[in-house]
Ligand binder design. Sequence first.
Ligand SMILES: [Zn+2]
Length: 976
Amino acid sequence: MAVLEKDARIGNYRVIRTAPLPHLNGTYHELLHEPTGARHIHIACPDDNNAFAVAFPTVPEDSTGIAHILEHVVLAGSERYPVRDPFFAMGPRSLSTFMNAMTWPDRTVYPFATRNPKDYHNLLEVYLDACFFPTISYDSFRQEGWRYQFAELDNPASPLGYEGVVFNEMKGSMSSPASVMYREIGQAIFPNLTYAHNSGGDPRYIPDLSWEALKAFHARHYHPSNAYFYTYGNLPLEGTLETIEQQVLRRFSKIDPQTAIPDQPRFNRPVRREATYPIAPGEPLAKKAQVWVGWKTAFVGNEVEILGLSVLERVLLANAASPLRKALIESKLGEALADGTGLEADFREAVFGAGLKGIDPEDAPAVEEIILNTLREQAEQGLDRAMVDAAIHRMELESREVSNAGMPYALKVFFQLAMPYLNGGDPYLALQFDAALEGLEAERAKGPFLEGLIRQYLLDNPHRATILLKPDPQMTERLEAEERSRLEAIRAALSDAQVQEIIHEAQALKARQEAPEDLSVLPTLEISDIPMTLEDVPHRVRESAGNTLGLFPQPTNGISYLDLQFEVAGLPDDLKDLLPLFAFVVPRMGAGKSSYLEMAERIEAHTGGIGAAVGLRTLPGDAEAFNQKFTLSGKALYRNHGEFLAILRDLLTDLKWEPSHLKNLLGQLKAGFEARVVQAGHLFAWYLAEAQFGGKFSLQARWEGLEQLATLKRLAGLDEAGLGALVDDLERIRQYLFRRAKVNVCVTSEEKELGGLEARVQELLAALPERSLLEEKTILPSAQLRPQARTTAVPVAYNAKVWRTVPYDHPDAPALMVLAQLLRTEYLHKEVREKGGAYGGFAVTRPESGTFALLSYRDPHVVRTFQVYGGIFEFLGRDLEAEKLKEAILGAAGDVDPLLSPDNKGRVRFFSDLAGYTLDKKMRFKQRMLEVHFSDLRRVAETYLQGEAALAVVTGEEKIREANAEMGGVFQVAGI
Ligand SMILES: [Zn+2]
């Protein structure tokens, strides 16, 4: 590649900055496209997972969801790709490691990543055309945004309703207290800026949006003069720039998009707000409110102050010993930190806030007092130096870690620099943790810098808001009633001609959704582009005294990873429901000579975190057989190996139970679980359906499903005597798990560190007590299929239908995986999302657990969706093009070979091998998948998906009442 020196030219681009990025083994390039003003940052580095993103500052002036709806519509057809849904259609034609589009209150981002160069260029062309030359058809505006529709499409006597993907997505989203709080923070702190509006769209205002306004918003915002491009990886930059220039930029001239966000005028005095969130009628209202106190702080481009505020966030809030967290939790006024607690740097000026949830509204002033008093104390007496050093250590570790967990590292780099990049700060500095840290240390050397930040940005800052969020049992019903009466008034005022137009438009949209289309205009990969091998991760395995040790050399950038896996199977059944709680509390209790507060400080100062989890894994040869394991994991910088292992040893051999702290932790665990039910209702519906199969699935429901939530609710209500008994039970679990018997340990680090680590791990294992205990055999229930529904305060539904299939080794398992891909992209996406207006409709197979599921997400329907599920055979009976089979195979191929990173390559390999998922078996699975034919898909569908299925729904009371009335009361209903 040519050397991209400053002022070098590539086409109409000029290089405006080049700088080294030693921690990435790479170089930073910033370029400007002079004729249009488009900006470009390129990170040249050896990573073959190449990434692209284009971001546009988008600044809505109302709550119609204009930016979010545009994000959806842009992906629904463009000039060169005039098909219904090029973005979704590309999914199965690609081997991408990431493809998405996201809307924030002040920006919209279109990122992707892939390891295949041909795929990179395919996706680049589709993304560019979508963003800059979208069709924005009237139909796609109505499909994705909102439309009027009669309940029965062409029957004007049936009720008039609103439909639309975003409309339903936001109904689901606005049911979660966390989303409500986030919107309220934007409104409270930035009343004069775009952040005051609901950028996702408030379902009450979405129907105010017009198609014309949407097109105008695109023309102004999605313009090269308002575009921020980003590329990353080992592909030469020149090719990308040429494509962008030829395909897009040469067709534009410069404009002033006027999207810069000004400073929010500063308040003279603090403000207060109250808001409500929906809760199911009949649910007790005590301790369901939350209060948050927060301030507008520094500009996100101010690296040193933002780093200082991030350090403050960690010191004050990160763990049990953090003074502000401790004061809030130990007040016993609530159960967990409020939503929105911490530093929120997703606004142009960062917001720092803290609060408590699970409180009574009368206690809000007391919580506010605690926050202000604690900050005052900390500013006056000075922060604990050791805690500040510990927080800085943790941030150093995080800045070094190259992990693809959650999102490819290639794109994490973009999100690290995005806020300064889009807001006139210095994006290069955002990648220079060491330089910002030096700046911070220089300030700390001069005086009490962090304490000064507490005064300047918090205590002495009148730009403060207090938000009280209260539960409202009537809210869902009230909003639905408001919507109904609004629609009735609209219906009454409609002329016959307007009625006919609604019917006509609905038919036209349906016809368009059903029309066959030619996807051959879209670029695609071929089966031959799928890599035929799976990476054989180098490692060695040691067996000693019944324990198995896997040693994995990886380029970990100075960090070591340890996973210790303990056997759970023989634990008495009455203790098994407590395992998720046990996993949560073990790394949070005191141990050895440390109280739980001291232990929290040790973990912060010497590790990158210690966590634990319990899980079960089906064995490859038998769908009934499974293992049950408890895993304790942690990571640390090399220099801290000694203390890291000492902490593990204390936790494993000398844990100290503290009942009052246990009670606090129970509240936090329960609050987190409750929040997940609204966010991921489809998973809970899925577990609820699978639980009907009995066996291992009943255990899964007890650990991960709504049954676990019931367990946590019961435990959170225990009195002192009850807590004492709970501690005894947890201690029985500890005695059973933490002993020298069949422990599997995975060690990942650089080669030079492995020897030393191995010796330390052997010492740790030798320190575990030898105990022989009675092994119990858990008797699990047998299958009992009975459709289940659980209700909570959501105006949408999550519908699940699940069948049992075959274990991983069975020759039909790969065909089922391809079938799931085909049904998802060709059938459910169309029927459940496009036509049904749900946010998502999926077919999922978990080849490892031997099930096949149809799921819907934020779905306005129950009955209709189950009818769609019933239509899969009719769909499979149609003539399907050969191209569809290829796409389904390509799509499934990505799932069996996911992108891994140095931190988890060893873990995945080691624990797969131990459970019997060897490299050979994985290769055979992949090979079979590539050879699947249509006839196989029809055959496996007939063989496995015609038997009785398990059904489950998570939704609101009214929806299930209606569904049961129509479906003959099949669902057994209970509250959550
Ligand atoms: Zn969306």
